[in-house]
Ligand binder design. Sequence first.
Ligand SMILES: *[C@@H]1O[C@H](CO)[C@@H](O)[C@H](O)[C@H]1NC(C)=O
Ligand SMILES: *[C@@H]1O[C@H](CO)[C@@H](O)[C@H](O)[C@H]1NC(C)=O
Ligand SMILES: *[C@@H]1O[C@H](CO)[C@@H](O)[C@H](O)[C@H]1NC(C)=O
Ligand SMILES: *[C@@H]1O[C@H](CO)[C@@H](O)[C@H](O)[C@H]1NC(C)=O
Ligand SMILES: *[C@@H]1O[C@H](CO)[C@@H](O)[C@H](O)[C@H]1NC(C)=O
Ligand SMILES: *[C@@H]1O[C@H](CO)[C@@H](O)[C@H](O)[C@H]1NC(C)=O
Ligand SMILES: *[C@@H]1O[C@H](CO)[C@@H](O)[C@H](O)[C@H]1NC(C)=O
Ligand SMILES: *[C@@H]1O[C@H](CO)[C@@H](O)[C@H](O)[C@H]1NC(C)=O
Ligand SMILES: *[C@@H]1O[C@H](CO)[C@@H](O)[C@H](O)[C@H]1NC(C)=O
Ligand SMILES: *[C@@H]1O[C@H](CO)[C@@H](O)[C@H](O)[C@H]1NC(C)=O
Ligand SMILES: *[C@@H]1O[C@H](CO)[C@@H](O)[C@H](O)[C@H]1NC(C)=O
Ligand SMILES: *[C@@H]1O[C@H](CO)[C@@H](O)[C@H](O)[C@H]1NC(C)=O
Length: 563
Amino acid sequence: MFKLLAFVLLATLSTCSASNLPIVDLGYELHQAISFNSAQGLYNFSNIRYAAPPVGDLRFRAPVAPARNRTKVQNGTVGRVCPQAVPIWFQYIEPAFLLSISEGTQFNLSTNISSYPYVPTKPDPRTTEDCLFLDVVVPEKVFNRSRSSRISSGKSLAPVLVWIDGGGFTQGDKTQLNPSGLVNRSTVVGDGVVFVAINYRLGAFGWLGGHTLMANGTANAGLHDQRFALDWISKNIHLFGGDPNQVTVMGDSAGGGSIMHQITAYGGQNGTSPFQQAIVQSPGWVPTPDDKQPEQALQQFLKLLNVSTIAEARKLSSKKLIAANAYQIATKPSWGEFVYTPVVDGTFVPKLPGQLLLEGRYDHNLTVMTGHTSNEGIEFTSPDSRNSSTYLATLLKKSYPSVKPNVSSYITDVLYPPVYNGSHGYNSPFTRVAVANGESAIECNVDYLNWAFGNQTFAYEFNVPPGLHGLDMLYVFYNKGQSADDGDLPGLKVQNETVALIVQDYITSFAQFGAPKSALGPAFKRYGPQNMVLNIGNHTIGPMRDTTNASRCHFWQTAPYYQ
Ligand SMILES: *[C@@H]1O[C@H](CO)[C@@H](O)[C@H](O)[C@H]1NC(C)=O
Ligand SMILES: *[C@@H]1O[C@H](CO)[C@@H](O)[C@H](O)[C@H]1NC(C)=O
Ligand SMILES: *[C@@H]1O[C@H](CO)[C@@H](O)[C@H](O)[C@H]1NC(C)=O
Ligand SMILES: *[C@@H]1O[C@H](CO)[C@@H](O)[C@H](O)[C@H]1NC(C)=O
Ligand SMILES: *[C@@H]1O[C@H](CO)[C@@H](O)[C@H](O)[C@H]1NC(C)=O
Ligand SMILES: *[C@@H]1O[C@H](CO)[C@@H](O)[C@H](O)[C@H]1NC(C)=O
Ligand SMILES: *[C@@H]1O[C@H](CO)[C@@H](O)[C@H](O)[C@H]1NC(C)=O
Ligand SMILES: *[C@@H]1O[C@H](CO)[C@@H](O)[C@H](O)[C@H]1NC(C)=O
Ligand SMILES: *[C@@H]1O[C@H](CO)[C@@H](O)[C@H](O)[C@H]1NC(C)=O
Ligand SMILES: *[C@@H]1O[C@H](CO)[C@@H](O)[C@H](O)[C@H]1NC(C)=O
Ligand SMILES: *[C@@H]1O[C@H](CO)[C@@H](O)[C@H](O)[C@H]1NC(C)=O
Ligand SMILES: *[C@@H]1O[C@H](CO)[C@@H](O)[C@H](O)[C@H]1NC(C)=O
């Protein structure tokens, strides 16, 4: 049992605080809650520093602990968002394309990314390289208990739910989705969770790789940020009423992809994970096992900065780096790509996570819930594939430059043949590519987890139309009376409030009791030998056989497209 050494000061005892909100002593600093939502009974600790500013010589390196600063009580009034970047295809072309699909109208925009002028978007005023901060939201009851029983035992500490946001490893931040509804629901299902959301570095700031960087920096700095934040939670969360031995880490898209990397971190050879459970939703990234792509991205980035070494880049102003990152990511990637993504680095990421899961090199001692939507691939599939049966072959060559011709033709002729009668899970050239994209980059990742954890996972498929990537997040982060729009899915809203509440029940009961349940919804059974998933629809929820094509996933898991 850990000891509850540090203690919470009452704001009333402190001379330097501006309000009566509670203050937590983190040792290196004192942090006061920024607000108390009395309607929902939630304390809001905002913008807590968990690492030193990753600037100057600390750029492109693993994070380090913050310096001591107890001269003032911190209250997190200054918002913190890591520098963002959005690819042109994602920002301008894809939303119009999705709209044309959902409304059945003609799509007539150019898909030539170079034909769009680059217009820098006005950055969020909270943007700063000094962004390694996290938020803690605690139900009052949970927070109070931690104070009253702090000397006796850790028994009354509450489970912790940690959110890692998504956004293609180039966008997003901890405040993107409001957790109030979810946290509030946790107090209906049980006594409630302590909710934590973390920032991690994005784009070139967090995801540089390649041998040049690794000679004088750390690849996958963003994964190290997440790990550092999770270690911070292990060490400090009891001060907020949270139990470091009951931590569930949850994330969607790049957040889910990050969690797969955390589950397989160091090939499972670096001690106990700083979490015990994971909810991995639509995990995705672009597999990059060799040096070529990250090295190319790094050289391109240095060129934009007009320097030739990492050391020189560390000396430049924040403004310059932020602008180069935004420009590179907006203009350079192909459809479906974001330039930066986790890379195989030989240490934190010894191989692709799917391979590590296949080889048994991961933390086996975790309880896992998984989820994906019914149409993962559509958002990442170019309109150019619409009338082309050769697009898939071209895409493979582009995405996997070293793919062997016999492997490529196996993918295009045997696994995903151009047969559009529905027998292979698609009915048009476009949906063929979308299914191939969705499976290889997202859906199959979920199966690798289900299998690795002995089919003892709890798995859902989110089938509310149109089943786009990320749609389930509107339900997970549902707030009554407010539209939960994360900006990526304009116009899409929660259709059936009961579905949202049931989803929130499953998540918060899993976090609290290790198994999802809901008084409003059906029993949520394990994946099991029959490979059953919970089918979450607009009108009904119930078990069904996993629809993901297992044999195609077995193929993708071995990553035969490289060599
Ligand atoms: C937060 O701290 C700042 C600076 O110390 C102070 O001006 C402000 O009043 C504080 N806000 C609250 C809500 O305590
Ligand atoms: C300590 O924190 C205060 C309040 O946020 C800030 O004004 C001050 O610059 C910090 N000191 C150092 C040395 O970082
Ligand atoms: C493209 O489609 C939109 C909406 O369907 C329409 O308003 C616009 O006039 C079209 N543009 C061209 C060049 O056809
Ligand atoms: C794409 O647009 C650029 C800039 O307008 C043009 O130079 C290029 O030829 C176009 N590429 C194709 C394939 O049409
Ligand atoms: C929590 O503690 C505060 C201050 O001690 C008290 O005013 C409040 O009623 C308590 N709330 C609950 C739900 O126990
Ligand atoms: C917590 O406070 C921050 C800063 O005021 C705000 O952005 C955020 O929405 C609040 N979160 C909750 C859950 O109330
Ligand atoms: C393992 O974990 C320790 C402590 O968290 C860390 O310092 C070390 O760099 C990690 N790496 C490897 C390869 O073991
Ligand atoms: C690594 O970068 C630092 C600056 O960040 C520089 O001082 C040092 O000389 C570099 N080392 C090598 C081997 O290039
Ligand atoms: C496995 O996890 C359980 C529950 O989190 C924990 O009690 C146990 O110590 C862990 N075992 C190992 C070998 O880490
Ligand atoms: C899990 O299900 C897969 C797919 O049906 C099967 O191949 C595998 O043997 C099962 N694993 C266990 C441990 O039951
Ligand atoms: C979901 O169900 C509601 C209520 O029947 C209906 O209004 C809505 O159109 C449905 N949405 C979808 C996407 O099917
Ligand atoms: C909303 O979802 C619930 C739970 O599946 C279901 O019982 C109800 O009939 C749905 N409402 C509509 C209008 O479809």
